[in-house]
Design a protein around this ligand. Sequence first.
Ligand code: GDP
Length: 440
Amino acid sequence: MRAQDTIAAIATPPGVGGIAILRLSGPEAERILTALCGRARWESHRLYYCRLRHAGRTLDEAMAVLMRAPRSYTRQDVAEIQCHGGEVVCRNVLEAALALGARPAQPGEFTRRAFENGRIDLAQAEAAMRLIGAQGEAAAREALRQMEGSVSRGVHAACDRLNAMLSEIAACTDFPDEIEEAPTARALCAQAKELAAALRAACDARRGRVLEQGLNVVLCGAPNVGKSSLLNALLGEARAIVTAQPGTTRDAVRGSLFLDGVRVHLTDTAGLRETEGEAEAIGVARAREAAEAADVLLLVLDGTRAPDARERELLAQTQRQARLVLLNKCDLPQAEGLPEGLAVSALTGEGIDALRDALRAMTATTRQDGALLTQARHVEAAQRAAGFLDEMAGALEAGLPVDFAAVDAREALAALGEITGENAEEQIVDAVFRHFCVGK
Ligand code: GDP
C-alpha cells in the first residue's frame, strides 16, 4: 500500500555543491515532474533542459529525466531533477514536489522499493549501502561484488542443493516400494554434511570486519626498543594524509594507513614498562588489553641486545596470536641469540618495505572466492543453516525415517532465505534499511 505513495528526497548530500538531485519514485512521479518542469511529453531515459516553476515562480534551471517503470532503480516510475546545489534551491524544489503530492522518502526507501519490487535482494541492498559508506578501496570492491550478486548466487546454489535433497526425500516417502530408504538416507547424509561444510567454509566475518573497520595492528615491546620510531616509519609519507595524534594518555599513539586499499590502524603501546607506580601499572594493563584485541601484533625487540626475561615471556605468551617479531635497530651491530624475526631499522628505513609486505599479506583480503559471506548477519544465518544440516545428518545416521530429515532441510532453507530476504521477517528487513541514508 505504501508503495503506492510517490516519494521524494534530495539524493545528494546536504550543503553547497555544483548540482543537487531531487529524486521521485512512484505512480505520480511523471505528473509531478510535468507540473514542475512545464513539459508535457517525456521520452523515458532522456535528459531534458527545463525551467522549474511552482506557484507562479521560477525556482531554478535544471536538467530532468524520467525513467519509466520497470526500467528504473525502484522498478516504479522514477524522476530525477538535477538542480543547482544550493540549500535554498534544494529546499524549494523539494517543497514544490511535496506540495504537488509527493511525500518525503524515509531512509533507504528507494532501495527498499527496489527490494520489494524484486529488482535486488536483501544482500544486494545491504551491499549498496556499504558501497556508499566504504572507507577503503578493498571494502568498495567487495561491496560492489556483493551488490552484483556474489552472495545471492552462493545462497541460491545452496538452496538449490537443499531443494534437490527435499525432492529426493519426497520421492522416497511417496514411492516407498520403488526407492530403497537406506541408500537414499546414506546419500542424503553425505550431502548434508558436505553442504554444511561448504557453508561454514564460505563464512569469513573477520574479513568483513577488516574491510569495513580496518585491521588493528598493535606494536608492543619494552621501552626504547623503537616502537614509536617504527610507527612513524610505517606511516611514512602517508603521515600527511593520515591522522597521527598522540593518544589520550601518554601510553598510546595511533595512526592509520592504507595497504592494498585496506585501512590499517596502528597503535603503539607503552608495553612492558616496569610497574613502579599505579599509573605505570594501568599503562601495562592497557597495553596488554590492546595486544589482546589486536588483529596483528608487532612484537618489537632491540636487535642490539638479547631479549630479557620479560621479553622472552612475551614471546612465549603471544605465540598463538597473529604476530610478527621485529628485530629493530638492524643498522647497529646485532647481538647473539636473537629469536627469529624480521630485521628492520626505523632509523634508516631498512626492512620497512618488507614489513609493509608482511602486513599486507596478513590483511588477507586478496581472496576472491565467489560466494564469501563477510557480513555478520549473513554469517549468522549461514551458520544456523549449517547447524540444521548437522542435525539432518545426525537424524539420518541415527536411522530415523527420511521425512524427519525434511524438517531440518526446510529449516536450513528458511535460514538461508533470510540472507537474500526471500524469507526475512519484516523486522529483519526494517533493521537493514534503518541504517540507510535518505535519498538512497
Ligand atoms: P619506544 O620507547 O619503544 O617507543 O622507542 P623509541 O621509538 O622512542 O626509540 C628509542 C630510542 O631508540 C630513540 O633514541 C630512537 O632514536 C632509537 N631508535 C629507534 N629505532 C632505531 C633504529 O632502528 N636504529 C637506531 N640506531 N636507533 C633507533
